[in-house]
Structure formats: structure tokens, C-alpha cells
Design a binder for this molecule. Structure first.
Ligand code: NAD
Length: 249
């Protein structure tokens, strides 16, 4: 199928749907300057193993390593801005078609782009908390202490180590993941998966909850065979074209 026909087919499915949701991944934000994990030649995984620096084990046993590597990457992500793909998804919600989106991204770009119903199932970089007493802090407090070379940053209450509100390797999934899963199981008749390799579990189970699937991704995914439409294009272009087709048809 030609690209234009794929967009039209996807738009027609969305218009017929009664429960249209999106699942987004790191590929949606590469065009905002944030590397994903698995793009060959560019993905973070080729430069270092995130498990060695972004795990609960490292944070607890060697917080300095966590703060001198993974944390710097997190802090740089907070400067990024949404791209046309994020804005297109916000538009689809605004015009009443998209019921909500589940994102694996921690970059907060869906919030910045104006989406409302978002499940950030791997957390976000707007806040952090104390591992000991659980007192909450704005993310900037962690950044501020690191800039002052207070590594690791500590709680003003109990002096235990602070951590960002992201799901690290080895963390359990947060309650909102199960909320998103329940919502999809009950309501999702169509899912648009954009910019995800769909290999990181348990999120990668979620497409199975949708009756129909549309995929936008530059590389093949393990769900391509099950999708009604697979669009092999950059998220920014494909999502913007799709939003336009939905708004004008
Ligand atoms: P992934 O790296 O496994 O897969 C990204 C996919 O997006 C790849 O298949 C790639 O081909 C595709 N892609 C890259 N740029 C694209 C573009 N412009 N348009 C269309 N497709 C594009 O990412 P994942 O599936 O989200 O899983 C990785 C994990 O990494 C997630 O758990 C996420 O929490 C975390 N992560 C998040 C960020 C972020 O917040 N922006 C960045 C890196 C990693």
C-alpha cells in the first residue's frame, strides 16, 4: 500500500473506532533530540548498557555511579521540546478522537504538547522523592544538588538518597500502569503504536489488549504481522499527516 493510502486507511479506522488509544515510545522523541534505545548506530544501548547505570541496584549500591551517568542523561532530557508528532497526538485528543495515550517515555513531552489523558507508565522527570522517608521534591532540587556536587543528592529531612520519579530497571511497575492496562482491556478497540520497538515488557503486552492495531515505526516490530496498517515513516511526519487527514475528512 502507498504511504498516502496507509494514512487514509488509518484515518478511516480511527473514525470508525469507539475506543481509540495510542501507545508511544522513545522513537517518537528522537526528533526532539532524545536518543532512543535501539535505533542502530544512534540508540543508547549501543553506547552503554542502561542496566549497568539505570537500575535500582546501582542506585542503592552505588548511587554515585547512577548520578554521574544515568542521571545526567535524564537531566539533559528535560530541556527537550515536543515535535510535530507530539502535537499531532494532542490534536487528535482535542478533536475528540483519541481517548488517551500510554507512553513509555519519561521525557514529559506529551504533557508539554498539551495532551491530557496520559499514562506515563515509566514515570517522568518532573519530580523525585527520598528513598527513605518518601518526602517528595521537584526534579530541579535533584539537579541543583548535583550541580553543587552534592552527589548523591540527599533528603533534607532524613539525609537518605533522593531518586527521580522514573521506573528504573528492577523497579516494580507503578499503579498507573495497571490503571492503563484496565482501561485498555475494557475500552480499546483500536491502538496506534508509535515509535516503539514493542519489546520492553510488560508494556509490550499492551497491544494485545487492542482489537485492532496501527503501527508507525521506522523499523519492523514483532507486532507488524498483527496490524491493520504498518506505516514505515518518521513519527513526526506520519502523525502530522494523520492528524490532518482526521481534521479535514
Ligand atoms: P526503543 O528504542 O526500543 O525503540 C524505538 C523504536 O522507534 C525503534 O524501533 C526505532 O526504529 C523507532 N524510531 C526511532 N526514531 C523514529 C522516528 N523518528 N519515527 C518513527 N520511528 C522511530 O524504544 P521503546 O520501545 O520506547 O523502549 C525503550 C525504553 O526506553 C522505554 O522503556 C523508555 O522508557 C525508555 N526510553 C525513553 C526515552 C524518552 O523518554 N524519550 C528515551 C530512551 C529510552
Amino acid at each position: 500500500m502507498k504511504y498516502r493510502d496507509q494514512i487514509e486507511r488509518a484515518a478511516a479506522l480511527i473514525k470508525k473506532s469507539t475506543g481509540f488509544y495510542s501507545l508511544t515510545g522513545a522513537g517518537l522523541s528522537t526528533e526532539s533530540g532524545i536518543p532512543d534505545f535501539r535505533t542502530p548506530g544512534e540508540g543508547i544501548w549501543e553506547k552503554f548498557d542502561p542496566i549497568e547505570t539505570s537500575s535500582v541496584e546501582v542506585l542503592q549500591n552505588n548511587p554515585r555511579v547512577f548520578y554521574e551517568s544515568a542521571f545526567n542523561r535524564f537531566a539533559s532530557i528535560t530541556m527537550a521540546e515536543p515535535n510535530p508528532g507530539h502535537y499531532a497526538l494532542a490534536k487528535m485528543e482535542e478533536i475528540g478522537l483519541l481517548k488517551g495515550l500510554v507512553t513509555q517515555n519519561i521525557d514529559g513531552l506529551h504533557v508539554k504538547a498539551g495532551s491530557h489523558q496520559i499514562w506515563e507508565v515509566h514515570g517522568h522527570l518532573r519530580s523525585g522523592y527520598c528513598q527513605g522517608c518518601k518526602k517528595r521534591y521537584p526534579f530541579e532540587e535533584l539537579v541543583h544538588q548535583v550541580e553543587l556536587k552534592r552527589i548523591p543528592p540527599v533528603c533534607r529531612n532524613c539525609f537518605d538518597v533522593l531518586r527521580p520519579d522514573v521506573v528504573l530497571f528492577g523497579d516494580p511497575m507503578p499503579p498507573i500502569f495497571y490503571e492503563a492496562e484496565d482501561t485498555l482491556r475494557s475500552n480499546c478497540d483500536l491502538m496506534l503504536a508509535a515509535g516503539s520497538s514493542l519489546v520492553v515488557y510488560p508494556v509490550a503486552f499492551l497491544p494485545r489488549l487492542a482489537k485492532k492495531l496501527i503501527i508507525i515505526n521506522l523499523l519492523p516490530t514483532e507486532y507488524d504481522h498483527a496490524a491493520e496498517v504498518v506505516i514505515r515513516e518518521k513519527c513526526s511526519k506520519a502523525l502530522a499527516d494523520l492528524a490532518e487527514a482526521l481534521a479535514t475528512n
